[in-house]
Design a protein around this ligand. Structure first.
Ligand SMILES: Nc1ncnc2c1ncn2[C@@H]1O[C@H](COP(=O)(O)OP(=O)(O)OP(=O)(O)O)[C@@H](O)[C@H]1O
Ligand SMILES: NC(=O)c1ccc[n+]([C@@H]2O[C@H](COP(=O)(O)O)[C@@H](O)[C@H]2O)c1
Length: 172
């Protein structure tokens, strides 16, 4: 039995993240999704709470044949102890997945196997692109799973991110 660990902020969970999960599913029996920066929300970079991101991920993966656990991981002041912090919060895992250079470095230094994946359609499948489209009234819905559109609607996410940015749906 192999269990993987995939860390990200998932602000929001988009189709690039979904493709990465689908690829990881070929390697592992179970997957922990670490909700990074879990203590942050209501900012342009991190508009959604950890609980809202868990809803997005759980509902997006409900029809996938993979056992998943979403675990909130708060940020720490000290990078040197971050991997221990992750391990203290997560079910045990055999291999970690990330394309983030700092995350890769920290897991390598802790002698934990880390795998990267190709970037899927990165010109548009990027959290900051999705958030900019939400702020400016662009087409963000095609970049995320349908379940994420539903959750964003349920929580009033567009109104929130537009309020945070001081914009409105027609603003720049
Ligand atoms: N299109 C993609 N294809 C494959 N991996 C991706 C893609 N987008 C993000 N990732 C990876 O998923 C992990 C989590 O990413 P993250 O939540 O920061 O999303 P992001 O799209 O990079 O968002 P942001 O623009 O908010 O930083 C990182 O390792 C990131 O490199
Ligand atoms: N010292 C720390 O708290 C520390 C170190 C490395 C990564 N992280 C977190 O891991 C996550 C990595 O995800 P991204 O690849 O989405 O940036 C982020 O939430 C980031 O803040 C935290």
């Amino acid at each position: 039995m192999t269990r993987g660990f995939y860390i990200g902020r998932f602000q929001p969970f988009h189709n690039g993240h979904l493709s990465m999960v689908e690829q990881i599913a070929d390697d592992v029996d179970e997957l922990v999704l670490g909700i990074g920066s879990a203590d942050d929300s209501h900012t342009i970079r991190n508009p959604f709470t950890a609980g809202e991101r868990i809803m997005m991920i759980t509902k997006s993966l409900v029809d996938h044949d993979l056992v998943t656990y979403a675990v909130p991981i708060e940020d720490l002041e000290r990078n040197s102890v971050w991997v221990s912090h992750v391990q203290s919060m997560s079910p045990d895992f055999d291999v970690a997945y990330s394309n983030n250079p700092l995350v890769i470095q920290l897991f390598r230094e802790a002698d934990i196997e880390i795998r990267q994946s190709p970037m899927f359609n990165r010109e548009v499948l990027e959290g900051s692109e999705v958030r900019q489209r939400m702020i400016h009234g662009g087409d963000w819905e095609t970049l995320v799973p349908e379940a994420v559109v539903d959750v964003v609607g349920e929580i009033g996410g567009i109104e929130r991110i537009q309020m945070i940015s001081g914009s409105d749906s027609n603003g720049d």
